[in-house]
Write a protein that binds this ligand. Structure first.
Ligand SMILES: [Zn+2]
Length: 154
């Protein structure tokens, strides 16, 4: 079981409880000093594409669609290899995923944390489809509970 996956803002001061600190943005957070960041990893390969990031712009109204497109990107081979590394890391110590945005709860880091908290199933299979984690009716991650009124939850 993964020990603990957390999500924080890259600009927040590091805490001793963070465990491995992993930046999951494609771009270095503007103005952040390398030594202040105290990173263990920079997992660029799992960051959203530039195109997706620009389209999204952390607009809460676009979050469900962002997640759908992002999960799609994460089924690529480079992304899956990097996710495998993060999963291995999380098996040994707490992991804190870092992103520059203030909107941490609707960031790619939040989506990655949801994936990394899932139990490992047929990781070796071809075409792991992260989209299957998401309820087609309400758009919630199924293992974390459906949204109020979702017909699947009844
Ligand atoms: Zn649902």
């Amino acid at each position: 079981m993964p020990s603990q996956i957390r999500v924080r803002r890259a600009y927040d001061p590091p805490s001793p409880d963070d465990g491995a600190r992993v930046l999951v943005d494609r771009l270095w957070p503007r103005g952040l000093r390398k030594d202040a960041a105290r990173l263990d990893e920079w997992a660029k390969a799992v960051a959203p594409s530039t195109e997706l990031r620009k389209w999204y712009g952390h607009d809460p109204a676009k979050f469900d669609e962002f997640r759908r497109r992002y999960l799609d990107e994460l089924s690529g081979s480079a992304q899956r290899a990097e996710l495998g590394k993060l999963r291995a890391l999380a098996a040994t110590r707490p992991v804190t995923l870092l992103t520059a945005t203030r909107a941490v709860d609707i960031s790619e880091a939040a989506v990655l944390a949801q994936i990394l908290r899932q139990p490992i199933e047929d990781e070796g299979g071809d075409a792991a489809c992260w989209a299957s984690l998401v309820c087609p009716e309400c758009g919630a991650i199924e293992s974390e509970g459906h949204r109020p009124g979702c017909p699947v939850a009844r």
